[in-house]
Design a protein around this ligand. Structure first.
Ligand code: CA
Length: 237
């Protein structure tokens, strides 16, 4: 089973919101929605969504402020702004705050679906990803629901943590260098001299969630001079 892209729609006009939900469900998305700015911000910051469609004029908090707040927390969260305000200044402001694209109302639904798919592709979303990763008999990771069953307990992950796990799983035949993870998961250019500590912090979180003893990892192992490697029943000696 392949996984569906997860979409959050933040839009206060009921007719538009309902219409968008129908269209994206029809196109194979898993859709959640919010009707006001505060709820939208809360859901947008959950780190669960592959893409956020964000209206600008919203009760409670406007879309530009939501976009900025989400970006402050996750610079790679894909966001498309929707707005009736169609002046160049708004477009510049939306993009400056980090939106990946900007669609003016009234929009063609077919166009919007194409724009959403284009941003998803650029963000590295891969529908061919496996839905369930089995680490060992008692750890099963459900990539679609960003959760895992770890020795009988349900554990939740952020989108980024799951992307890391999925990448390590796809390359489980070898250790993956930190620089490669920064490049593939965070989108940093390979030649930038970037703090690889970011990777280590995320890896520590994953170990706390998955390992019996995070200090003596069994599956998410560090390979001296090589980076990280995910061991599974199939790959371990
Ligand atoms: Ca609105």
């Amino acid at each position: 089973m392949h996984r569906k892209p997860r979409l959050l729609i933040v839009e206060d006009e009921p007719a538009i919101r309902t219409g968008l939900v129908d269209v994206f469900v029809f196109h194979g998305f898993e859709v959640d929605m919010a009707e006001d700015g505060k709820t939208g911000l809360h859901k947008a910051q959950s780190g669960k969504f592959d893409l956020i469609l964000l209206d600008v004029m919203l009760p409670g908090m406007n879309g530009f402020d939501i976009c900025a707040a989400v970006r402050a927390q996750d610079r790679d969260q894909p966001i498309i702004m929707l707005t009736a305000r169609n002046t160049d200044e708004d477009i510049v402001q939306g993009l400056a705050l980090g939106a990946d694209d900007y669609v003016a109302k009234p929009f063609s639904v077919a166009q919007l679906v194409l724009r959403v798919q284009a941003v998803l592709r650029r963000s590295g979303f891969d529908a061919q990803q496996q839905a369930v990763i089995k680490l060992t008999g008692d750890v099963q990771i459900d990539t679609r629901n960003l959760s895992a069953n770890v020795r009988g307990e349900s554990v939740a992950f952020t989108r980024r943590e799951m992307a890391l796990l999925e990448y390590l799983y796809q390359h489980r035949d070898r250790p993956v260098p930190r620089e490669e993870l920064l490049h593939k998961i965070w989108g940093y250019a390979r030649d930038l001299d970037i703090e690889t500590r970011t990777v280590d912090i995320h890896m520590a979180k994953l170990r706390r969630k998955l390992e019996c003893d995070p200090k003596q990892p069994q599956w998410l192992v560090t390979v001296r001079g090589g980076g990280y490697r995910l061991l599974t029943d199939a790959a371990s000696p």
